[in-house]
Design a protein around this ligand. Structure first.
Ligand code: ASP
Length: 439
C-alpha cells in the first residue's frame, strides 16, 4: 500500500477541537501513516503562536536569566489542550523537563523547537501512533546547516521499522545532540523531507485555507482557487509572497516526484491545490496564467550609458560593487544603453549613497539614479509560453488603469512576467492584471 505523509500546520494544532479534527482526518485514510505537526498556532486573531511565545521565553532568559512568567502561559495552553482532549498523558512532567532544558541549553533554536516537540507528543497520544523525536532523524551539522542526504538515510532506516508515527516539524539535531531549526514555517520542509525518505506517493499539507488562490484574497475579492500548479510555478509564486507553503518544501519532494496536496483541515471536503512535478497540456488548455503574487519594498538602481552594451565587463563591474557591499539583487533587466537593478529595500537600506558613488567611479555612467517605493508583481503560468500576446494583455490592463510600468522582466523560463510599479499602485495593479486574465 502506498504511503501518504501528512503535515498539519499551526492552526490545525491550535486547540483540542482542531486536534480532534486532525485525528479524524488521519484516521479516514489508512495510507496516512506518518504525521508531521507544527506547534499550536493562533486560535483567534489576537492570540499568540506558541513558537512566538517560546522565542519570547528565550528573550526573557537572555535578559533576566529566567522565563517563568512567559513559560507559565505556554504551560497553561498545553495543559488546557491535554485536558480538553481527555488524554491520559502526564503533560506536566514533559513541561517541567522542557522548562529545565530551556535553562540548560539556553539557545533560541532549542526554545523555539519545543512547541513542535510537545505538539507531536500530544498528537501521538491522541492517535495511538509512535512519537519519533525529530532530533534523532533530521540531521543538521554543527553550523546549523541541514544535511539532506544523511537525513534521508536516517529517516528511511528509522521509519521503515515503525508503522505509524508522529514527528515534530521545524527542527532536528546535530551529532553533539544540539537542536537546530529550519527558518520560520519550516515544518512544511520537515514534512517534505519525510515524504521523500519514506517514498510517499503523496505529501498532504493541511492548513487553514483551501489551497493557493489565483491572487491574494486580501487584495482581490474572491479570487479563484488554483486546482493544479507545477513545482516551478509554485517556486515563482511562493518566492513572490504567496505564502501558503514554505518555498523550500519543493526541493525534497522534487527528488522523488511526489505531488503535494494543500488541504484545509477546516474544510476537508475541498480538494485543495495539487502541486505536481509537471503540468500536462490539458491542465493549461483553459488558462493563460496560473496565479499572481507580489511584494512591496523594492528600489531600482537605474543606470544609463551610451554604448553600454559594447563595453566589455560593464555589468560585471556594477555587480561587483553590489557584491562588495554584500547586497543581493532580485532582477536585472537590461536595454541597449540602460540597465536596471531591482533590489529589496532591506538589502539596500543605508548603503544607497556609497553604492551610487562607487558605481559612478567604476563605470562612469551618463546617468544613475535610485527609484524607490517600487513593488514587484509576478504573473506566473506555464500557459503563457504557448500563448502570444500575454505581455500585451498585462501591459494593456495596467495602461488602462493609468499605471506606469517602471520595470518589466520576462523570466527566461517564459512562465513569468514581473513588473515593477509604484507601491501606491500596488493593489490597483494586482486587480487590473487579475481581471484582465479572467474569462
Ligand atoms: N512553528 C514554527 C513557526 O511558527 C514552524 C512551523 O509552524 O512550520 O514558524
Amino acid at each position: 500500500m502506498s504511503v501518504t505523509v501528512v503535515k498539519f500546520g499551526g492552526t490545525s494544532m491550535a486547540d483540542a477541537k482542531s486536534i480532534n479534527q486532525v485525528a479524524e482526518i488521519v484516521r479516514q485514510d489508512k495510507k496516512r501513516r506518518y504525521v508531521v505537526v507544527s506547534a499550536p498556532g493562533k486560535r483567534f486573531s489576537q492570540d499568540h503562536k506558541i513558537t512566538d511565545m517560546l522565542y519570547a521565553c528565550y528573550h526573557d532568559l537572555q535578559i533576566n536569566g529566567e522565563c517563568k512568567a512567559t513559560f507559565e502561559k505556554i504551560r497553561e495552553r498545553f495543559k488546557g489542550i491535554v485536558e480538553d482532549l481527555a488524554l491520559d498523558l502526564d503533560i506536566d512532567a514533559y513541561l517541567d523537563q522542557v522548562e529545565s532544558d530551556m535553562l540548560k541549553y539556553h539557545s533560541a533554536e532549542f526554545c523555539a523547537s519545543r512547541g513542535e516537540y510537545l505538539s507531536a507528543i500530544i498528537t501521538a497520544a491522541k492517535l495511538g501512533y509512535t512519537f519519533v523525536d525529530a532530533k534523532e532523524i533530521m540531521v543538521f551539522n554543527e553550523n546549523g546547516d541541514f544535511e539532506p542526504e544523511i537525513t534521508n538515510e536516517k529517516v528511511k532506516s528509522v521509519l521503515s521499522k515503525i508503522d505509524k508515527a508522529v514527528i515534530p516539524g521545524f527542527y532536528g539535531g546535530d551529532e553533539t545532540g544540539l537542536v537546530h531549526t529550519f527558518s520560520r514555517g519550516g515544518s512544511d520542509v520537515s514534512g517534505a523531507v519525510i515524504a521523500r525518505a519514506v517514498g510517499a506517493a503523496l505529501y498532504e499539507n493541511w492548513t487553514d485555507v483551501n489551497g493557493f488562490m489565483t491572487a491574494d484574497p486580501r487584495i482581490v475579492s474572491n479570487p479563484k482557487p488554483i486546482e493544479k500548479l507545477s513545482y516551478r510555478e509554485l517556486r515563482e509564486l511562493a518566492y513572490m509572497g504567496a505564502n501558503v507553503l514554505h518555498p523550500e518544501s519543493i526541493f525534497p519532494v522534487r527528488v522523488g516526484n511526489i505531488p503535494i496536496n494543500i488541504r484545509n483541515t477546516f474544510c476537508p471536503e475541498a480538494k485543495g491545490t495539487m502541486i505536481v512535478p509537471e503540468l500536462e497540456e490539458k491542465d493549461m488548455a483553459n488558462r493563460v496564467i496560473t496565479g499572481i503574487a507580489g511584494k512591496k519594498g523594492y528600489s531600482i538602481v537605474y543606470i544609463e550609458k551610451s554604448m553600454m552594451n559594447s563595453e566589455l565587463g560593464f555589468v560585471r563591474k556594477v555587480l561587483a560593487v553590489l557584491e562588495y557591499y554584500n547586497i543581493s539583487f532580485e532582477h536585472l533587466p537590461t536595454g541597449i544603453d540602460t540597465m536596471s537593478i531591482v533590489i529589496a529595500d532591506s538589502e539596500l537600506a543605508g548603503k544607497e549613497d556609497v553604492v551610487i558613488e562607487r558605481i559612478k567611479k567604476v563605470v562612469n555612467p551618463d546617468h544613475i539614479e535610485i527609484k524607490s517605493n517600487i513593488s514587484l508583481i509576478a504573473t506566473v503560468g506555464h500557459g503563457m509560453s504557448y500563448k502570444p500576446g500575454t505581455a500585451s494583455v498585462l501591459c494593456g490592463a495596467l495602461a488602462k488603469e493609468n499605471i506606469n510600468i517602471r520595470m518589466i522582466d520576462q523570466g527566461s523560463s517564459e512562465m513569468n512576467i514581473i513588473v515593477g510599479i509604484s507601491t501606491s499602485d500596488y493593489e490597483k495593479a494586482i486587480n487590473a492584471i487579475y481581471n484582465a486574465f479572467q474569462k
